[in-house]
Design a protein around this ligand. Structure first.
Ligand SMILES: *[C@@H]1O[C@H](CO)[C@@H](O)[C@H](O)[C@H]1NC(C)=O
Ligand SMILES: *[C@@H]1O[C@H](CO)[C@@H](O)[C@H](O)[C@H]1NC(C)=O
Ligand SMILES: *[C@@H]1O[C@H](CO)[C@@H](O)[C@H](O)[C@H]1NC(C)=O
Ligand SMILES: [Ca+2]
Ligand SMILES: [Ca+2]
Length: 645
């Protein structure tokens, strides 16, 4: 079913096993003034414009990936959001001979992660003392806020742990600073006149989808609500040694502004246009927003957005694939990022955060789809937030949340792409798995421990494979050989209706050959999805675990105390785990579904499909590890031992 839809979606009817496939689900009640207009044939912008105009609509433009068959129309006399469909306007469009159909777009909430109302722009106080012991490098930036950027260089300032940082100095010392790489900040705008950003601003790749013009400048509000994008941009690409603020992780890279969060309601078309904007000029898209983190939402990308992401990874960057970096979410213990379809997607790299002494931040969500972590605020000392650029030429030391974590990762990936511009979107994920470090990251509440998967890769339910290491990633990128083709194996489906008992686990097994002997054989895993349809008297009390044939147990759904849904449940929801990366998938997979509740609950599991993604051939065969203790050496040896068996 997944594959068939993909074929329709991409208009490709060839057997294209390495192409990515998509699925989504949604339900809404609000309608916006935006319409998705499908034409019977491809039309050009001028034709679309004429048709829009004679029906009193405004043509915003074609949708990415629609080959001129789908356009975004707006009607100016319909309120931006209303609770009923505008049947008359829809009918008007449908009467046009060239129009196949027109769908009024539902509006929904998307929120930025980590916004805290700020009192006043922070001024420098308690200037941190640099420790002499950190490193021998003489290549240290002189920017005034650099000493606050403990996430770039942790000398133990403000109570941090020495060397618990992104290890960017080791990348910079190799001369790698992000040259010729563009990261788009999909957010509330970017202050592109900021003196620390303006020379690294890529205007050509920027756009404002909140107001439909080429100038994604943030809208002014008294509380500086729209400072989010500017702060994220500085973390990636603030300039170096210019006496202004601090430096970006990739201070010679470019940032593009994609303003798309600043309107009353989000639509599928705004998201799709943003994520599909200039996929050959933009290498990395960074997103620090998503569905509400209230711990009771289950939501993800809608159809057009899903198609834009799929198209981005399959065709963006001239076929190498765009890199989508996602903040894993700020819902804390109450939420599970596997219920956020953006963060849980295989095509996004979802990033969690640790604070300056290695604990998780109190707002961190946990889930098995998180790939790795960077750093953010949360320590007691207020000077341990994320220092970066702020609105109107200012600087801040208090950027916060997993919002601040995702752009750091985008910066590290920009360094990797300069080191090796032909890395694919999957190469970046493999490099992340192999070079992220446990360092001294730990769960402040001692719930989640570091565990070794079946091929010796250490992971943690909070932090994924650990904290990004820019130096390690750049070094490995330089010798990297692209990974073998990716295959999707539909390993099995159980559709028998089964009751989830109140006080013990429902256990289901799928025994699979992982498509052995077919042309979608998977022998070395990347992502694994458990696509599940289930309902319950209280959805938030459900817990689910998936155990691989090699014995790695991923918690694919944790208890969400606020989620009292008893109606919707999960409909073909793709729970994802990264924890079995590199493992061999043949054998028995176990799904455990149970309630974690004081009250008696019941529920029904209606469907479980196991989808395996990975390679047929061992992925690291041509690489030579520089140290026998490196993760690369460990996995490579595990894979070689298997082949000898
Ligand atoms: C910069 O990147 C573009 C593709 O994004 C590539 O075509 C171009 O050759 C690169 N330029 C340099 C100087 O590396
Ligand atoms: C989204 O795509 C699915 C699968 O093709 C389809 O069933 C559904 O009707 C679409 N939803 C909308 C709102 O177009
Ligand atoms: C769940 O689905 C089953 C089977 O379709 C149905 O009988 C049951 O009433 C549903 N339960 C809830 C809580 O919605
Ligand atoms: Ca600077
Ligand atoms: Ca969330």
């Amino acid at each position: 079913m997944l594959k068939k839809w993909n074929a329709l979606l991409l208009g490709l009817f060839v057997l294209a096993i390495t192409l990515e496939t998509a699925s989504t689900s949604a339900s809404n009640e609000l309608f916006t003034s935006s319409f998705l207009v499908r034409f019977k044939r491809s039309v050009n912008n001028l034709e679309a414009h004429d048709i829009a105009k004679r029906n009193s609509f405004h043509n915003i433009g074609p949708l990415p990936g629609s080959f001129g068959k789908e356009y975004h129309f707006r009607h100016s006399s319909i309120p931006h959001v209303r609770s009923r469909r505008s049947i008359a306007h829809t009918r008007l469009l449908k009467k046009e001979p060239l129009i196949h159909n027109a769908i009024q777009q539902p509006g929904f909430k998307r929120v930025k992660r980590g916004f805290r109302t700020l009192k006043s722009p922070a001024a420098i106080s308690n200037y941190p003392i640099e420790s002499e012991k950190y490193s021998e490098s003489s290549n240290v930036p002189t920017d005034p806020y650099f000493p606050f950027q403990w996430y770039l260089r942790n000398t133990g300032q403000n109570g941090g742990k020495m060397r618990l940082d992104l290890n960017v100095q080791a990348a910079w010392d190799q001369g790698v600073t992000g040259k010729n790489v563009t990261t788009a900040i999909m957010d509330d705008g970017v202050d592109y006149m900021h003196p620390d950003l303006k020379f690294n601003y890529n205007a050509e790749a920027s756009y404002d989808f909140s107001s439909n013009d080429p100038f994604p400048y943030p809208r002014y509000t008294d509380d500086w609500f729209n400072s989010h994008g500017t702060r994220c941009a500085g973390e990636v690409a603030a300039a170096r040694d210019n006496d202004i603020c601090g430096v970006g992780v990739a201070y010679d890279s470019k940032v593009a502004g994609i303003r798309m969060l600043d309107q009353p309601y989000m639509t599928d078309l705004i998201e799709a246009n943003s994520m599909g904007h200039e996929p050959h000029k933009i290498d990395i898209y960074s997103a620090s927003w998503g569905p509400t983190d209230d711990g009771k939402t289950v939501d993800g990308p809608r159809n057009a957005t899903m198609r834009a992401i799929v198209q981005g990874v399959n065709e963006g960057r001239k076929g190498l694939g765009n890199i989508y970096v996602w903040a894993s979410g700020d819902g804390g213990e109450e939420d599970d990022c596997n219920c956020d379809g953006y963060a849980a997607s295989m095509w996004t790299i979802s990033i969690n955060s640790a604070i300056n002494d290695g604990q998780n931040a109190h707002y961190d969500e946990s889930c098995s789809s998180t790939l790795a972590s960077t750093f953010s605020n949360g320590a007691k000392d207020p000077n341990t937030g994320v220092a970066t650029t702020d609105l109107y030429g200012k600087c801040t030391t208090t950027h916060s949340g997993t919002s601040a974590a995702a752009p750091e990762a985008a910066g590290v990936f920009a360094l990797a792409l300069e080191a090796n511009p032909i890395l694919s979107w999957r190469d970046i994920q493999h490099l992340t798995v192999l070079t992220s470090k446990r360092n001294s990251l730990y769960d402040a509440k001692n719930r989640f421990h570091w565990t070794m998967n079946g091929v010796g890769l250490e992971f943690n339910h909070l932090f994924g494979f650990g904290v990004l290491d820019a130096g390690g990633m750049v070094t490995l990128s330089k010798q990297w050989q692209t990974v073998p083709p990716r295959y999707h194996c539909e390993a099995g489906t159980i559709t028998k209706l089964q009751e989830i008992p109140s006080s013990r686990s429902l256990l289901l097994r799928i025994d699979t050959s992982a498509c052995r002997g077919t042309d979608t054989e998977v022998n070395y895993l990347e992502h694994v999805q458990a696509v599940i349809t289930a309902n319950a008297t209280r959805r938030g009390d459900l817990e689910m675990f998936l155990t691989s044939p090699m014995g790695t147990r991923s918690m694919i759904l944790s208890k969400r105390p606020n989620d009292d849904d008893h109606r919707d449940g999960f409909t073909k929801w793709p729970f994802m785990t990264t924890h079995t990366w590199g493992e061999y998938p043949q054998g028995k997979w176990l799904l455990e579904v149970s309630f974690n509740s004081k009250e008696p609950q019941t529920g029904w599991l209606k469907e479980w499909s196991l989808v395996l993604h990975g390679t047929k051939d061992p992925p690291y065969r041509t690489l030579s590890p520089q140290s026998p203790h490196s993760k690369l050496a460990i996995v490579k040896k595990a894979h070689e031992d298997r082949l000898k068996m």
